[in-house]
Design a protein around this ligand. Structure first.
Ligand SMILES: Nc1ncnc2c1ncn2[C@@H]1O[C@H](COP(=O)(O)OP(=O)(O)OP(=O)(O)O)[C@@H](O)[C@H]1O
Ligand SMILES: [Mg+2]
Length: 287
């Protein structure tokens, strides 16, 4: 089972968009995919599950009642299941989505924020290793071919747990100074994790993925050239460039028509780019 964590501590660079694209692409290819949302903003969850809102907490996004919940049979369970339950030792039931082979484990805003606040001396035992332990369970290993983990724009305990559980990292970046600084920060986190790994189980970088690139913008072109010249990361840099295109935002809404970039006309440039990107990732995983 492959576990890809989509990480970058700079916000708004396309982590959730890229997680969503990969989840849809691989599910369409027939892979059994689990998409996990570890970001308290729950943006990925909203894409796949009809989330609810906690009226007492303006940022409180909650998963809905699980479709398999039966109040009489499951009196010990609230009926909601979320990625936070992995860390709280609760019951954890992924939700079905519109794609038959794609299941989603949505976030739970208040609970995920609570996990990020865990005391430094407790963090190692209660957070850092928890996702890896959960994904190592025989029933999880047998049920999925690919697990995709969307993370918050931070290097906090939940992101560390995603890196620790991963077989692969995908690092999206826009071609501007702050996100590139974030990229180098993520590479440091990768190296630190790599040093703790058994060489038989290395953590690979499947792609550093340029996103929201604008043609003719000197800053973007210059930044791309300097990343290509950097020998330490050139081999990890995706050859596919995702440009700034309105179709990405247009298909972001759960009720958007079409609902997916993959349903756009076959000559649509955004569709062609995301297919090339996913094929690049697939080719990395076939090596
Ligand atoms: N290539 C693109 N062209 C145009 N818009 C894009 C592109 N990629 C992403 N977007 C849009 O940019 C916004 C931010 O993207 P996204 O939510 O994926 O970033 P993020 O890294 O997950 O953000 P956060 O750090 O807050 O979690 C979204 O509105 C998304 O639709
Ligand atoms: Mg996001």
């Amino acid at each position: 089972m492959r576990v890809a964590a989509i990480v970058q501590n700079k916000g708004g660079v396309g982590k959730t968009t890229i997680t969503k694209i990969l989840a849809e692409y691989f599910a369409r290819e027939g892979w059994r995919v689990l998409a996990i949302d570890l970001d308290a903003q729950c943006n990925l969850s909203r894409r796949f599950v009809c989330m609810e809102y906690d009226r007492s907490d303006p940022d409180g996004v909650l998963p809905p009642t699980h479709p398999d919940f039966d109040e009489k049979e499951n009196s010990q369970w609230s009926g909601r299941s979320s990625s936070a339950d992995i860390y709280f030792d609760g019951e954890c039931y992924p939700y079905p989505t519109s794609w038959e082979t794609l299941l989603a484990l949505p976030g739970h805003g208040p609970k995920l924020r609570q996990i990020e606040l865990v005391r430094a001396d407790e963090v190692r035992s209660s957070v850092h290793n928890r996702l890896r332990e959960f994904l190592s369970l025989g029933e999880v290993q047998e049920a999925f071919d690919l697990v995709l983990v969307d993370t918050a724009p931070a290097k906090g305990p939940l992101t560390v747990s995603a890196v620790r559980a991963a077989t692969d990292l995908i690092i999206p970046t826009t071609l501007e100074p702050q996100p590139v600084e974030g990229l180098y920060g993520m590479l440091q986190l990768w190296r630190r994790e790599q040093n703790t790994r058994d060489p038989a189980r290395p953590l690979r970088i499947a792609a550093i993925q340029p996103n929201m690139v604008r043609q003719g913008v000197a800053l973007h072109e210059g930044t791309l050239e300097s990343l290509q010249r950097d020998e330490a990361l050139a081999s990890m840099l995706s050859p596919v460039i995702l440009h700034q295109r309105v179709a990405f935002a247009e298909t972001d809404h759960p009720e958007a028509k079409p609902t997916s970039l993959f349903d756009l006309a076959s000559r649509n440039p955004a569709r062609r780019e995301v297919i090339s990107f996913c094929q690049h990732i697939e080719s990395q995983w076939r090596k």
